[in-house]
Write a protein that binds this ligand. Structure first.
Ligand code: 3HC
Length: 322
């Protein structure tokens, strides 16, 4: 068995591992790691990668419907970025002794999750702006934290991805700013998109800390550096002033600034809705999974051609080495 799959029972190695984390050092692919650490990282990183790929669907829906060439080009660039993020994080996950085939199979069979937010429909052009502003904005809050995660390949991937996410958020907020200065119909379309995406965006950060079964272990092993609720609050504090700046109302009548804590207090999230969505019963879960399963079947010839080419290259290398 490779060093990475040694049982976690080895107390000496576990003590060395935890001392390494204590010193703020990153864990690299060839380092010994507890099996639970490896499994948690595979779960979290692969679900992140699945999210990036599925996230292309709702936005891709508007590439042919973008209002002008500039918006079309920007949206094309963003969707291509998401594909790259997915592949980048899959590659990082493969350093944990699991194959791409296994990761994709876990996703296509529903064993692995992807972010709840992508199970909501994109009904108008304003949704594309709000997704950039809220969804990529939430991703930036989460991924900025993950850039300090203890697993080296994941942390380094986040540094690069965050740079592109900032472009994603900026282009989304610009779309919203333009709509907010538009006709009454455009302003209404923007407000409707804000109403539909605000609460699902808060759900992106996961269940509340008291209901987060993975957080304890992930925080102890410095995979997560902040809790779900801390990151969610950070996102709310960042986003409320941005909403006020363009004159949109966030759909939470209880939203109120607390001068003492210097946070925006917000209402109760509909956790029943959250559970529905993450267990496959959201508005678009079936559509998203059907699209990904079809894409996987349609892409069989590409995988076979790439494998045949790789085999030919390897055979040539063996011949020239003989
Ligand atoms: N959507 C789907 N499932 C979710 C979820 C969400 N928004 N939030 C939590 N869950 C699931 C967890 O996966 C876990 O289920 P599992 O054990 O079967 O995997 C369960 O709910 C309990 O949640 P926990 O809080 O215990 O789980 P975590 O500690 O893993 O925290 C998380 C959840 C905050 C999403 C964390 O996994 C994380 O930070 N992941 C990496 C970042 C990521 O995946 N981001 C996806 C956002 S989309 C994106 O970034 C694309 C960009 O281009 C917009």
């Amino acid at each position: 068995m490779s060093a990475m799959t040694q049982p976690v029972e080895d107390p000496v190695k576990l003590a060395e591992f935890e001392a390494k984390l204590e010193r703020g050092e990153t864990i690299e692919p060839k380092d010994w790691m507890p099996e639970r650490y490896r499994k948690q990282l595979i779960r979290m990183m692969s679900q992140h990668a699945h999210s990036e790929i599925v996230g292309m669907l709702p936005e891709g829906n508007w590439i042919t419907r973008a209002p002008n060439l500039r918006r079309k080009m920007v949206l094309l660039a963003k969707v291509q970025d998401e594909a790259g993020h997915g592949l980048y994080i899959y590659c990082g996950t493969e350093t944990l002794d699991i194959s791409r085939e296994e990761l994709v199979e876990q996703f296509l069979t529903g064993k692995a999750k992807y972010s709840s937010i992508f199970n909501y429909p994109t009904l108008t052009w304003a949704d594309i702006g709000v997704i950039g502003w809220f969804v990529d904005g939430a991703a930036i809050v989460n991924q900025t934290m993950l850039a300090k995660t203890s697993y080296g390949p994941y942390a380094r991937a986040m540094v690069r991805i965050c740079k592109e996410e900032n472009f994603h958020k900026r282009q989304g907020y610009e779309i919203c700013t333009v709509l907010s200065k538009g006709t009454p119909a455009q302003r209404e379309m923007l407000q409707d998109a804000v109403n539909r995406f605000w609460w699902p965006s808060l759900m992106m950060f996961g269940p509340s800390d008291t209901n987060s079964p993975n957080s304890g272990e992930l925080l102890r092993w410095r995979v997560k550096r902040e809790t779900n609720d801390v990151l969610r609050q950070r996102f709310v504090d960042l986003t409320v002033p941005q909403a006020m700046a363009i004159g949109v109302t966030l759909p939470d009548p209880t939203l109120a600034y607390d001068a003492e804590s210097r946070h925006w207090n917000f209402g109760e999230i509909d956790w029943a809705e959250f559970q529905q969505v993450i267990t496959g019963n959201g508005p678009c879960n079936r559509e998203r999974m059907a699209a990904r399963r079809k894409a996987h079947v349609d892409g069989t010839w590409v995988r076979e051609a790439a494998a045949a080419h790789a085999e030919k290259q390897a055979a040539r290398a063996r011949e020239s080495a003989a």
